[in-house]
Design a protein around this ligand. Sequence first.
Ligand code: COA
Length: 335
Amino acid sequence: MTAATTPTGGWPVAIAGLGARLPDRVVTNDDLAEVLDTSDEWIRTRTGIRERHVAAPEEATSDLATAAARDALRDAGLAATDLAAVIVATTSPDHQVAATAPLVASALGVTAPAFDLNAACSGFVYALRVASGMVATGDGAVLVIGAETLTRIADPEDRSTAVLFGDGAGAVVLVPDDDARLGPFSLGADGEGASMLWTPSGGTRRPFDAEVLADRSHYLSMRGGDVYRNAVVRMADSAREVLAQAGLEVADVDLLVGHQANVRILDAVAARLGLPTELSHISVDRHGNTSAASIPLALADARAQGKLRDGATVLLAAFGAGLTWGACLLTWKDR
Ligand code: COA
């Protein structure tokens, strides 16, 4: 990349390590069709999903997060004691209280500051924004994990949501690096649209009780069509916004790693941006929608396929419950 197209407005921060953890058990569309009134054909044509990984009964979000974190630390050649902070982006924490990140930090053997960030499927991009500011202002290395056990909060009897989600975790270690750029970022939120995608009950608005159990409103509920339309517009608009901030064109993007909710959404975002679909990485076909974990898992998947070459300009874009959305640029550096 020439100096003229170097992204401006971002932080001098690099991804020093990237890690992933997918549960061992793979559930195919045909497996789901044995227990739900659905079919491989319906799921594939509507979403592009073929299979997803599902956590074992004894596995929770912090277990997946810890495994991904260890993988990322190994990749970075760093020890957990080198970390200044641990951030877990999740909307399916182990417990309502306490947060998941301290459990992860503890499993890694450190008492560094650790906190959760909930921006649902946009959580990883939000967490990168928070962490990059911390790294750039002198905190040191920060571990950012996107981790979810979404199959626990989706209603296994509701075919309109149960087929969409999967479990997993991805992690990055961010370090200061004057030759690298993370950002600029464009983030947004609109709470007026919260009911498009939420768990109606089980929080402080309507606490869990026998009635909630009976009407199953502690599970995820979604207006799929509304979410779909909003996701396409918000992801494309925030992607354009960061490109404009950086003084880059769509043609400067080497790889789009969008939130992996649905292949049709990702194709529509690429089309709106005028980006060839082959430059949009797809892992939702094998992972399902893993919410905050989807982008770091997709990054790890893209690297395994040789798509992250040194110096590549990578565009991340996400949309999720909240509603929340966001995009950012990063320059990939082989280390
Ligand atoms: N198998 C078979 N049929 C199903 C089904 C399933 N798993 N889920 C829903 N259907 C049925 C519906 O009941 C409906 O039947 P009806 O017409 O008799 O009422 C029919 O399929 C069409 O449903 P519709 O909602 O119009 O389908 P769609 O083409 O909009 O696709 C989604 C549904 C969920 C795939 C799509 O709206 C979507 O991807 N939305 C975004 C979801 C998402 O990504 N959420 C997370 C974002 S972070």
